[in-house]
Every structure is written in C-alpha cells, then in structure tokens.
Design a protein. Structure first.
Length: 186
C-alpha cells in the first residue's frame, strides 16, 4: 500500500497494491501498521458508514465539534466522487483551506481525513457508493455543517455537476460562524 501526504498537513491518500487476474481481484484496504507509519495515528475505528448517491448529490461539508471530532477513512465502493476536506483546526496555519481528490471504484484509493477537518463529497455518477470508517461515534449535538459554497473557503467543485443537497446542507452556515471553542485544536 502506497501512502501520499496531500497539500494540507494530516490528509493522506492511500493507494493499495491490487492483485488482479481473470478470477477477480484482492487488495489490502487497511493495515494498522502502515496507517500508523503514514499518519502517526493509532486509529481505532468505532463506526462504519455506507452511503449511496445519485449523480450530483453533494453530502457535506460535515464535522463534529471538539471534543467529539471524527477522523474518517473514505473509500468508494461503486462509482466515483470528488472528495473534499476543509482544515477546521483552529490553530492550524492552513485553517480554512481545502483540498479535493477524486476517488473511484477503479482506483480503489482511500482518503484519510483527520479529526478537525470538515468533510464532504459530490457523486460523479448514479449509484455511487461510499464507505467510511470513523474514529468517534456520531453525536448529533456536536455535528456542524459548513456551507458547500462558503465564499471564504472557495471550493472549486467539478464543472457540470449541479449539486443536489439535503435541507440541512443547503441551509448550512459558513466556517467563520462556528464558534472557535468548538473547533479542534492541533
């Protein structure tokens, strides 16, 4: 498994070594030792989520307030997404900056989004399925949502994809509106 640190400190893209032949394929989707070597974190995943989305469905930008901040390991099982993380760590030199990568069933890559980042994605095709492992349980009282098109963040979503949003995501506030005390310190 190859790991690649991304532009924002803490984000890591994992590309598995896939063994494929006429029978199908097999790959190592997670290895605790390799994960720790790449991230410096001994991850303990406590929850797994799985979503299915039509083309254009935009889920995000979600985070949990401190002290319940969640790390997420995200992989596409079917289809493709443009996956985005916003640095919401209040003392980070890259606070408010975003990074996006395409993940797909064909590249089988996984993105590590550490605690303190807002996370979201847009489905690039119908029937897209995403699976993500979380380091903290979902706590409704700690959930925060950042507007997908927060002008201060300026995410460049893929052209030609009209976002389909839930009411919660459509009515979200900006990153600046989240009280500083709720954002994860680094």
């Amino acid at each position: 498994m190859r790991s690649e640190p991304l532009r924002l400190p803490g984000l890591v893209l994992f590309t598995p070594l896939v063994h494929e032949d006429a029978r199908g394929f097999v790959f190592e989707g997670f290895n605790a030792r390799r994960f720790r070597d790449a991230t410096g974190i001994d991850a303990r995943f406590v929850q797994e989520n799985h979503s299915r989305s039509a083309r254009g469905v935009l889920r995000g930008m979600h985070l949990q307030a401190f002290p319940g901040a969640q790390g997420k390991l995200v992989r596409v099982v079917r289809g493709a997404i443009f996956d985005v993380a916003i640095d919401a760590r209040r003392n980070s030199p890259t606070f408010g900056e975003w990074c996006g990568v395409e993940l797909s069933e064909s590249d089988r890559r996984a993105l590590w989004v550490p605690a303190g980042f807002a996370h979201g994605f847009v489905a690039l095709g119908d029937g897209t399925e995403v699976q993500y492992h979380l380091t903290e349980h979902w706590q409704p009282g700690l959930e925060r949502v950042v507007r997908w098109n927060d002008p201060d963040v300026g995410i460049a979503w893929p052209p030609g994809v009209a976002p389909v949003l839930s009411d919660r995501d459509a009515n979200a506030g900006t990153l600046a509106e989240i009280p500083e005390a709720e954002l994860t310190p680094i």
